[in-house]
Design a binder for this molecule. Structure first.
Ligand code: NAD
Length: 424
């Protein structure tokens, strides 16, 4: 039966269209040819696999898995694998292209990819997830590889799943190949600093942006939406650098304290409260919507996509938005945000600290050596700061918002590399 493309999710922008509208605008400004536009627009490879898995009750259930390599022009493709009931090809394609631009912006020698399996990991046992991941690895043996396409964790996957992929892939190759994925457990060749890398990069980007706006971090306030990996480390590190984080939030709602949230207390509370801030005291309860419109200097959306839309963009009072999440601002909100003069450090730049340290993990695997945390942090901070400066300079030179400038930097890099490599 032919594969039927799922319809876009109602009331939400189609993530592929949202990404493409930004890509189109930047491609025009960079002035690439129509041929180059087509090359960069179409994914290099899209794979859909059926994955039969024996469930704990003995029944066989077939899951659908995807892997999209958007580009391998700059190097092997790189991108996470997400387990989510709503995952579909359009989303995976958009996220794969995002990875191409993100890697190009931070100047690491990777193309972009993404993978997904339509399943609900919360309703599956560890054994069922393990069999599914191993089945996916086998189905993708000729797609993934340390020199070809390197998966990583994404929604619903983590170090445990990466370890299963290393094991299954290594069995097939007859040798240990730990560079096939990043985001592995430390003992299996994972990198120090990876856990906090994205939040750390968000902080470096926020501080660089504050510097451009001549904003003193010690006098600045911030609100952070999402208190998971990205949001909680960003909040912690912003706090460490002197910023008063007046609000944080997670799926349970927002928590506001005009004198600043005690971030260490919030992290400890979440860690001993089944991963949520529900019931956190020392702050006034607000909604996630209210958090977005607080009068703060820095707003860090670090939860999920499409939280800033044309419906609520008008009420945002922050002076800058530093996008920790992927796609938190829908394309239709861009114009409103820009017309208000809010500086946006876009996702493909602001949250690239994670993929940068993933790249360091892969480098360490290839040279068979472990770097110290200090070396990793210094190199990652430098990479983020350099990327910020490149994008900021482009935005000044072409008088365009930083989001467009980031796409321009990325598209220009990939297009000029393609020209050197040549095609048929
Ligand atoms: P996570 O699962 O660790 O945390 C997500 C947080 O958002 C949780 O606190 C959750 O409660 C909260 N949340 C979920 N739905 C919400 C809602 N509707 N309103 C408010 N809060 C909500 O995820 P993460 O790894 O921190 O990723 C967050 C975002 O950052 C995602 O968009 C992800 O794609 C992106 N990102 C993550 C990394 C990384 O290294 N983890 C790298 C780049 C981009």
């Amino acid at each position: 039966m032919a594969y039927i493309e799922p319809a876009p999710i109602k009331d939400k922008e189609n993530p592929l269209e949202s990404m493409m509208s930004r890509f189109d605008a930047a491609a025009k400004l960079v002035g690439i040819s129509d041929e180059m536009y087509d090359i960069l627009k179409v994914p290099a490879r899209q794979v859909i696999v059926g994955l039969p898995v024996t469930m704990d009750n003995g029944a066989i259930k077939v899951f659908e898995g995807y892997r999209v390599i958007h580009s391998n022009i700059l190097g092997p493709a790189k991108g996470g694998i997400r387990l989510d009931p709503a995952v579909h090809l359009d989303e995976v394609r958009a996220l794969a292209a995002w990875m191409t631009w993100k890697c190009a912006v931070v100047d690491i020698p990777y193309g972009g990819a993404k993978g997904g399996i339509a399943c609900n990991p919360r309703e599956m046992s560890a054994g069922e997830i393990e069999r599914l991941i191993r089945q996916y690895t086998v189905a993708m043996l000729d797609v993934i590889g340390p020199d070809r396409d390197i998966p990583a964790p994404d929604m619903g996957t983590g170090p445990r799943e990466m370890a299963w992929i290393v094991d299954e892939y290594s069995k097939a190759k007859g040798m240990t190949v730990n560079g096939v994925v990043t985001g592995k457990p430390l003992v299996l060749g994972g990198s120090l600093g990876r856990t906090e890398a994205t939040g750390r990069g968000v902080t470096v980007a926020a501080l660089a942006a504050m510097d451009k706006l001549r904003m003193n971090p010690y006098r600045a306030t911030a609100a952070v939406q999402g208190f998971g990996n990205v949001g909680s480390f960003a909040a912690e590190l912003l706090h460490e650098r002197g910023v008063t984080v007046v609000a944080v939030s997670d799926i349970s709602g927002g928590y506001y304290n005009k004198n600043g949230i005690d971030i260490t207390a919030a992290v400890n509370y979440r860690n001993t409260n089944k991963g949520t801030l529900e019931g956190f005291t020392g702050a006034e309860k607000i909604t996630n919507e209210e958090l977005l419109s607080l009068a703060v200097d820095v707003l860090v959306p670090a939860a999920k996509e499409d939280v800033i839309t044309d419906d609520n963009a008008g009420s945002i009072q922050a002076k800058m938005i530093v996008e920790g999440a992927n796609g938190p601002t829908s394309a239709s909100a861009d114009e409103i945000i820009n017309s208000k003069g809010i500086l946006v450090v876009p996702d493909i730049l602001a949250n690239a600290g994670g993929v940068t340290v993933s790249y360091f993990e892969w480098v360490q695997n290839r040279i068979g050596y472990k770097w110290t945390l200090d070396r990793i942090n210094r190199r990652a901070d430098r990479a983020m700061k350099d990327a910020f400066d490149r994008v900021f300079e482009t935005s000044q030179k072409f008088k365009v918002p930083m989001r467009l400038a980031a796409y321009m930097v990325a598209i220009d890099k990939v297009a000029s590399t393609y020209k050197y490599r040549g095609g048929y």
